[in-house]
Structure formats: structure tokens, C-alpha cells
Design a protein around this ligand. Structure first.
Ligand code: C2O
Ligand code: CU
Ligand code: CU
Length: 574
């Protein structure tokens, strides 16, 4: 497969407004995305209908009487089973949605914020017009209508703002909520339900003295990712769950913008995972700990059977290293970590909070308060899935590249920054195909060229990487200064819209063995994923189907500061 890129056309697309893009993607109706989506389709008969709105409100988060200004999703169920929408009072989190596979869903989204916004159904496989692409961002007072059938199997996902350039900000200020999908297969398993099936939405925030949220303060926070020093679970600090002596399903979601969690019990008891990103595993997996990157979900089977009443178990984020540039991790250690760590570096505006990436801290306490006789048993087999293999793909020798690099303190994907509607030849995918994709860090420009040969990525030199040459890696003397190349030395949670993928292989990069050991056993790569943590220098191969729907589907870093910096591109499925 050899493509050549027509420079003229690419330039045209790159600078085009919606109207011009519509010429290229007529089926997307980009010419007027708003009027195209502001009213329901008469022929679509929804089983579930929900009216969403996003508003600024004050909610109590800290237990000190203060109220914090947040952005919050409110939802009203117009049609469908009563348990579809479960709202949280006194919380910034959006309601938990419960969908069933096969349901037809219509959602009205009213933007009552003071800025543009759009909702995205992370992990759901929906038509492009209902995926919440940032090009569909609507202005205050406007309405957007989503319509889709739930095609996903049972599992855990979430929805969140995907506002153009404001995704990180709006998610941080509250615009996210949990989304569960159930199906017949799952029901037969007898997994814990109702009060034994609980969310574990983990986020880090930073509050000022008045109890108000603080977000990024400068370029450093954007590049390295914003880290808050207060850990919230389900929207509250110091989480404690009163549990019975039986098994629970906890649906862990990392709803942070950039913090990575390494979930584990303080006493070394292993953790059992039964699901990953909107997907149950074939078999439960027991791990010493699990890594949870921004955007990731893990369904945990937490069994308190046999634990005496009064016992307490602490879930921690255990220490790890290697996900940040070595220099940054050294500074973090120098600072001593933990509380009040705004020492020298904090004073220099180098650190965004008192709690570094990879430091140890408690997430939640589980307090056994009641003894019960009986508990569901952990199934030996969960669901039967055909594992995707290289035989299923049509490009085994020529994987689609997702090359992570940076230039002048800006992250690049395949050598390019984000543009709403730009698509390169290598980003065009035939609908119905199953592709092998290679996520990697090109160390040198020529490597990028050779890694992607057969795809002819020459076009990239034209816009993104050419000219000055050597725009990537530690050699970037320009602009980046001491931060140049640091994004290359970070772990990135790479998320692809559309269908879930299978992780095929990981080839370690330049992370120290010792550092890699602190994360190695926490990847649940056996399940289907829509977000995968790629360690610095690591090469991760995945297999992903592009079925059913045509259009633009995003792929991006789910470190939301990186996403807003433009670490995002489109696949054009045609
Ligand atoms: Cu969770 Cu493109 O997003
Ligand atoms: Cu998504
Ligand atoms: Cu990133």
C-alpha cells in the first residue's frame, strides 16, 4: 500500500473551515453541524430518552461548609427504565447512566454553560455524528441531539465533555459521569448488582483557601500534566465505604486529567479484575495491583467474605516510577513528596501540587460493618470472546502508525498537531476493516520515516516536522528549553474512539528496568481496551476493528492537558 500525499490538497484541508471540509466529507454534513443535529430524527424510535444539561453550580465537596463552583451535568429521564439515570445530589459528578445492549438511545444536550461544549460517550461505538467530536461543540443556549443504538457488550464506561480546546478544563470542573452497559450474557453470570455494584470514580483536584478548584497555572502543568493534591472518590474526599462481608463489584474509573493510579491493597492482598474498558474479561485476573491511566476503567471483584465486622482495608495508589521524565521524578523526590511539598521547585512554579505522579497515597477505606452468610461466587469463566489476532487484520506487515513526538513544547501525533477536520492518507481506513496499529515513539526523524515507509509519510515533513529538522527528542534546543523533549519521556494513555481494541504486544522502551518493574504487573492487557497506557519509549501494537460507521473518529492522548495541547488526530473511516 503506497500513498502519496497531495500537498496542495492537504494544505487546503488544513486551513479549511467547515464548509471546505464538507466538500471532502460530504456525508458528515460539516457545512452546518449545528442545524444538522439540533432536532431528532423522526424515523428513530428511542427506547431511552434523556434530557441533559450542563450548568455552573456550587456544590459542597470539602467537609468544611464551603461550596465549590463546578460545572455539572444534570439529566432528566424522559423515557425508559427508571434506573437508567441515577443522579448524585450535592456532587459535581454527572448522573450514572445504565444502558442495556440493544437499546436505542436519544439524548438531548442543552449547553447552559458560559462557553462552548459537547458531550462524548467514551467507549461507546456510535455513529460519528453522535460521538461528540469537538467540531460539534455547541454554544451557550444551543442544543445538540444524539441518537444511537447501544452496540457495546456489558461493561463500564463514562461520558464527558469533549469541548474543542476545553476538554481538560471542563472534565476537571466536573463534566463527566459513569456509564454502565449491561447485556444478557452478563445477567447470567450472577455478578453483584444493586447496592453491591458500586462506582469508584477516582479524581485528583486542587483547592485554594476558599475551597475553589485550581487548574493549570502555566505551560509546565500543561506539558507535564496537571496533578491535584486532593484525591476524590465519587466526588468526595477521604472516601470510606461501609461494606458487608461478601463480594462486591467496584467499577473503577480514572476520571483524572493526568494522574495515573496503581490500585492495590496496603497489605499486599492481590486484586481481582473482571472487566476492562466496556468489556468483561474472559476470565477473572488476579494481579498484585492494577494500573489505571486517565480514561481507563477496571471492574474489580472485591470480596470481603470472612472479614470480621470492624475490620478495615485500605486501598492505595501504590508507588511507581518511570512514567515521568527522570529529571522530573528526581525533582519530585528531592521535594520530599507528600504534604506541604511546595519547596524549592514549587516556589519556582515547577510543580502543580504537593502530590507527585507515582507517590503513594490512600484512595479509599473499606469498613466491614455487617456480617452476612452468603456471597456470590467469582465465576471461573466470564464471557467467551474471539480474541483478535494478526490473522484478522489486513495490514499485518504494515501497521497504521501512531507516532508520539513533540516539537517546540507541543505534542505531535504522526508528526502533526490536532486540526478538527484534517486527515492524512495514513489516517484513512476502510469501513469494515480490522487494522493492526503500532503506537511508538520515533527516536529520530529518519526513524519515523523508515518506520512508516510504505505509508509514505513525507507529507509530514511539509507541515509538521521538516524545515528545522530534528524537532523531536532531547535534542530540541529550541523553545522547549529545559522542558524540550520531556513529553517524549512521559507515559501517555492513548485512547481511540469507536470500537475497543486488543493489545497485541508491548516492547519496552527506555524506561529503567527497575522503574518498569513498578508498573509491569498492573496492565490488564487480556481484555478489550479503548485506552492503553504507553510507557516512555514503549512500542505497543494493538488490533482494532473499524466497523459499521463512517466518518471522523478521534485518537488521542487521554492525558487531557495533552489532548488540549493538540495531542489528537482523526481517523477517517470511509
Ligand atoms: Cu474520553 Cu476522546 O475521549
Ligand atoms: Cu472517547
Ligand atoms: Cu500524553
Amino acid at each position: 500500500m503506497t500513498h502519496s500525499i497531495n500537498y496542495g490538497r492537504r494544505q487546503f484541508l488544513q486551513y479549511s473551515a467547515f464548509g471546505a471540509a464538507a466538500a471532502m466529507f460530504p456525508e458528515l454534513l460539516l457545512a452546518n453541524p449545528k442545524s444538522a443535529r439540533s432536532s431528532p430524527t423522526p424515523g428513530f424510535k428511542p427506547d431511552v430518552e434523556i434530557e441533559f444539561s450542563a450548568r455552573e453550580v456550587f456544590v459542597p465537596i470539602l467537609n468544611n461548609g464551603s461550596k465549590t463552583k463546578v460545572q455539572k451535568y444534570f439529566a432528566k429521564l424522559l423515557k425508559g427504565p427508571e434506573n437508567t439515570v441515577q443522579s448524585f445530589e450535592d456532587n459535581y459528578l454527572g448522573p450514572t447512566l445504565s444502558f442495556a445492549k440493544g437499546q436505542k438511545v436519544r439524548i438531548y444536550f442543552d449547553n447552559n454553560l458560559f462557553e462552548h461544549s459537547i458531550m462524548h460517550w467514551h467507549g461507546l461505538h456510535v455513529p460519528q455524528k453522535s460521538d461528540g467530536h469537538p467540531m460539534y461543540s455547541i454554544e451557550p443556549g444551543e442544543r445538540f441531539v444524539y441518537e444511537y443504538e447501544v452496540l457495546n457488550n456489558a461493561g463500564t464506561s463514562f461520558y464527558h465533555s469533549h469541548a474543542h480546546n476545553l476538554t481538560g478544563t471542563q472534565v476537571y470542573f466536573g463534566l463527566a459521569g459513569l456509564l454502565k452497559v449491561t447485556d444478557e450474557e452478563e445477567k447470567k453470570l450472577g455478578l453483584p448488582t444493586g447496592e453491591y455494584d458500586l462506582p469508584l470514580v477516582i479524581q485528583d483536584k486542587q483547592f485554594n483557601r476558599n475551597g475553589q478548584l485550581q487548574y493549570v497555572r502555566g505551560m509546565h502543568d500543561r506539558m507535564m500534566g496537571f496533578l491535584g493534591d486532593t484525591i476524590l472518590v465519587n466526588g468526595k474526599p477521604n472516601a470510606e465505604f461501609a461494606v458487608k462481608s461478601r463480594a462486591y463489584r467496584f467499577r473503577a474509573l480514572n476520571g483524572s486529567t493526568s494522574r495515573i493510579y496503581k490500585l492495590g491493597w496496603d497489605d499486599g492482598t492481590p486484586l481481582t479484575a473482571i472487566g476492562t474498558d466496556v468489556s468483561l474479561l474472559e476470565k477473572p485476573e488476579t494481579k498484585p495491583y492494577v494500573m489505571l491511566a486517565p480514561g481507563d476503567r477496571i471492574d474489580l471483584w472485591l470480596d470481603f467474605s470472612g472479614r470480621p465486622v470492624g475490620s478495615k482495608l485500605a486501598m492505595y495508589s501504590l508507588p511507581f516510577s518511570g512514567t515521568m521524565p527522570p529529571m522530573f521524578e528526581r525533582m519530585q523526590r528531592m521535594r520530599g513528596g507528600g504534604q506541604g511539598g511546595r519547596g524549592m521547585m514549587g516556589g519556582m512554579g515547577m510543580m502543580s501540587g504537593g502530590l507527585g505522579q507515582g507517590e503513594k497515597f490512600p484512595i479509599a477505606i473499606f469498613h466491614v460493618t455487617e456480617k452476612v452468610g452468603d456471597s456470590p461466587k467469582l465465576p471461573v469463566q466470564l464471557v467467551r470472546r474471539q480474541r483478535l489476532t494478526e490473522k484478522d487484520v489486513d495490514n499485518a506487515d504494515n501497521p497504521l502508525p501512531i507516532a508520539i513526538s513533540e516539537r517546540h513544547m507541543r505534542p505531535l501525533v504522526n508528526g502533526r498537531p490536532f486540526s478538527l477536520d484534517e486527515v492524512m492518507e495514513i489516517e484513512k481506513v476502510k469501513v469494515g476493516s480490522i487494522k493492526k496499529i503500532k503506537i511508538f515513539h520515533p527516536h529520530e526523524e529518519h526513524e519515523m520515516a523508515s518506520q512508516t515507509s510504505g505509508h509514505d509519510m513525507e507529507g509530514m515533513d511539509h507541515g509538521g516536522m521538516g524545515g528545522r529538522g530534528g524537532g523531536m527528542g532531547m535534542r530540541d534546543e529550541m523553545g522547549g528549553g529545559m522542558m524540550g523533549g520531556m513529553m517524549m519521556a512521559m507515559a501517555h494513555p492513548i485512547h481511540l474512539h469507536g470500537q475497543q481494541f486488543q493489545v497485541l504486544s508491548r516492547k519496552e522502551g527506555h524506561v529503567d528496568r527497575e522503574d518498569y518493574e513498578t508498573v509491569r504487573h498492573g496492565f490488564v492487557d487480556s481484555g478489550l481496551k479503548d485506552t492503553v497506557l504507553v510507557m516512555p519509549g514503549e512500542e505497543v501494537e494493538i488490533i482494532k476493528p473499524f466497523q459499521d460507521f463512517k466518518g471522523l473518529y478521534l485518537y488521542h492522548c487521554h492525558n487531557l492537558e495533552h489532548e488540549d495541547l493538540g495531542m489528537m488526530r482523526n481517523f477517517y473511516v470511509h
